[in-house]
Ligand binder design. Structure first.
Ligand code: ADP
Length: 308
């Protein structure tokens, strides 16, 4: 698979602080690529540089083999873009908005109704945008981005205002685009959202690339650990338990926390009531991909006993 976007050693500073710090990666043709990271990680700054809205301090970005800046028609025709917040005229109807953008881009008028239908707004085509909810405006923005069927679709936090139904419809729309051979780059702060969608992900943290690869690769890099929290009828010595079972054991008040690998779980559970020990209570916690991500992005500490 050849690359449709190449980002090479790109950096951008704001007020002396690096918003994007020496990023390099490629997006392959036909893939769904997700840019992940907490708020402030640098996703929008990177997307603004990729779409030619701002210039990097250093490094270069090529799209379909062409430098993004200075901006050429060939580059603009290569991608469609849904910014994080889109300025729309409240006095125009949904239909008028689509027709405005279609005229600008010389797109046949029938596409307007097609894309309004895709985002579920055909019934609202004669309604003014001023009365639209945040989610409806977001869907209208997506309709604008879908108008020109460019080979690359760039979406910045496209589901931020959408309810669960439309978030899931959005995923279907993206999958359909991929089947049509369109490459998709989308930014999100929510790993759960991209879990069943992205072919590859890049996780940014404080402007740097923390991880680049598949979700399976991320899982392999952070093998999920199991925490078995147990309370025995008669408290047990954690060091003795650790020696006997061959796993780490932490004392947590009346509870003991045993940390093991997934494949050790059943053996450990079978051993817990050996030698006359009796369990009073038990709780099993498996680390999810979402937790791995939140730990990377510094948004949540690992689960604590007091959350039981
Ligand atoms: P994200 O999209 O991941 O939430 P941003 O790219 O918006 O992150 O922001 C990255 C960093 O750059 C943040 O610290 C943000 O405050 C800063 N930043 C972004 N745009 C500007 C700007 N126009 N002026 C000053 N600082 C900015």
């Amino acid at each position: 698979m050849t690359s449709c976007v190449v980002v090479e050693h790109v950096s951008k500073k704001y007020n002396g602080k690096k918003a994007v710090n020496d990023l390099s990666f490629e997006i392959k043709r036909g893939e769904i690529f997700s840019l992940l990271g907490p708020n402030g990680a640098g996703k929008s700054t990177l997307i603004r540089m990729m779409t030619g809205l701002i210039q990097p301090d250093s490094g270069q970005i090529r799209m379909n083999g062409e430098q993004v800046l200075p901006f050429k028609k060939e580059v603009k025709r290569y991608f469609s873009f849904l910014p994080e917040t889109m300025s729309l005229y409240p006095n125009l109807t949904a239909g008028e908005t689509l027709r405005f953008f279609s005229r600008l881009q010389r797109i046949p008028r029938h596409r307007c109704e097609e894309v309004l239908d895709v985002v579920g707004l055909l019934g609202f085509k004669d309604k003014k945008i001023g009365g639209f909810s945040k989610g409806m405006r977001q869907r209208l923005g997506l309709a604008v981005a879908l108008l020109d069927e460019a080979p690359l679709l760039i979406l910045d936090e496209p589901t931020s205002g959408l309810d669960p139904y439309w978030s899931s419809r959005f995923k279907e729309i993206i999958r359909r685009k991929k089947r049509e051979g369109i490459s998709v780059l989308f930014a999100s702060h929510d790993l759960y959202e991209v879990e069943s969608l992205a072919d590859r992900i890049a996780i940014l943290n404080e402007g740097k690339l923390y991880y680049l690869g598949t979700l399976d690769g991320l899982k392999a890099r952070h093998p999920t650990e199991i925490r078995i929290r147990v309370r025995f009828e008669v408290p047990q010595d954690p060091d003795g338990l650790s020696r006997e079972l061959g796993v780490a054991v932490n004392r947590m008040g009346d509870w003991a926390e045993l940390i093991c690998r997934r494949e050790e779980k059943v053996r450990i559970l079978r051993s817990l009531e050996k030698g006359g020990r009796k369990l009073a209570d038990l709780h099993i916690h498996e680390t999810t991909l979402e937790e791995i991500y939140r730990t990377i992005s510094g948004r949540a500490p690992s689960p604590q006993m007091d959350k039981l």
